[in-house]
Design a protein around this ligand. Sequence first.
Ligand code: MN
Length: 150
Amino acid sequence: MSQKTHIAQTEPFRWEDVPVLAYKEDGGTHFRSITRQVLFDDGDAAGSQLRYFEIAPGGHSTLERHDHIHSVMVLRGCGQALVGREIHALQANDLVRVPPQTWHQFRATAGEPLGFLCVVRTERDKPRLPTVAELAELRADGRIGPFVRA
Ligand code: MN
């Protein structure tokens, strides 16, 4: 990861020498149509990373939880975020905080991609997916059941 002090945008939501990566290297079936760009990486375990994710129209991120926190800012598009037991409508410049061990999932509306910045600690635990029992319990909750995809 470069330690450059300035990285120019090359086209909308793309930056010089920042590769556009698959969402998660290990593959999986719990998400759809997402790219990931690591914009900053402090390079030490005590530091943080700033990533830019883009979910294709109608796509969604993994339904997961973990110890580390997400601090998110929406840059483009519209969508929704499940955080805990609530679903929030999202638009550009909205902020979302995902507390520790809180179920979360982001979804883009059908019409356009949802792009957002997300800050995480460099050293962080692996996301955990819901068990069959946990998924059944989430789906049984009328507030969020119809929203969750897994
Ligand atoms: Mn997460």
